[in-house]
Design a protein around this ligand. Sequence first.
Ligand code: FE2
Length: 383
Amino acid sequence: MAETPAAPRTDTDLETAEDFLPINGTDYVEFYVGNAKQAAMYYAHLFGFSITAYRGPETGHRESVSYLLEQSNVHFVLTSALGPESEVAEHVHRHGDGVKDIALWVDDAEKSFAETTNRGAEAVREPTVLEDDHGRVVLSSIATFGDTVHTFVDRSDYDGPFLPGFEPWDNAFWTPPDPVGLQYVDHCVGNVHEGEMDTYVQYYADVMGFRNMLSFSDSDISTEYSALMSKVMANGNERIKFPINEPAEGKKKSQIEEYLEFYRGAGVQHIALATDDILSTVRELRRRGVAFLHVPDTYYDRDVLFDRVGEINENVEDLEELGILVDRDPDGYLLQIFTQPVQDRPTVFYEIIQREGARTFGAGNFKALFEAIEREQEKRGNL
Ligand code: FE2
């Protein structure tokens, strides 16, 4: 399949000189799920996470239960309700399992809250100090698209297992599976309603000082049936990157519309997790039963592929065997692959990505990828 990479355009209009919101990285991603106890084992056995901390009735927290899962610098929190009146239960009832919080690691959660709310961010949680024997953590939260929030986390005075209230989780009868090489959260993608992409682009620019590092129009990202538009917002050091998608007019229902319908609103579409060795990571994920989107064999037509991406260090045979995609941008190349949704609703999924210099998102793969998603939509009767 001959693909021309969509030319990325950088919009510098929104750049801000002063970084009023320094961010060290993603602190954690919290999911509200129907059954955190079982979901924790899914992430442990399929994706190689260790379950390291727990908060619930046994630790004095009666509103909900949470498990902390860790793999290198990736921290996921899985939270479930203990009763129908909980906001966690309401969230799961409406959205299914999904991302509630993309928490950001900062040095000053009070200042982060003040700077962002002064610029128009919607406040969700005033700066709150949590303390236990291990020290103190300051948390504050602001709203973003849908029911999703960003929590600012200052953990500089804390040396406990996660947050005050969490205790180490252990199960003497369980040997955790080995990690699969996932290193850190590379980017988190949001899906928003038609006409709202620029609203959130402006929101991240205004209230968080993010800049628009890339834009893709519907002519860059379209298939025979459906189209979408996407803009990528990034913080100053580019450790935080939020592509935001909205559906565009197409002949049939786009994957973004399918998401919005099943998630009942805007929310996180996928989380990209970085690895240093995508071949071994994906081989192991496949062995453990992680289901990935199927890429047609024609994608690996050597002439077309090499023409598009040039020299790469990996064997194309390995990429083809594992269904890994390649793309190149001016800074280097990247390897990526996308899972099937990880819950019954066709909503949240994962990307596994290895960057060999490239700073972008695989625009040259968008068409092949979206056609693969459409084949799955078709099977679900949602195209
Ligand atoms: Fe991505």
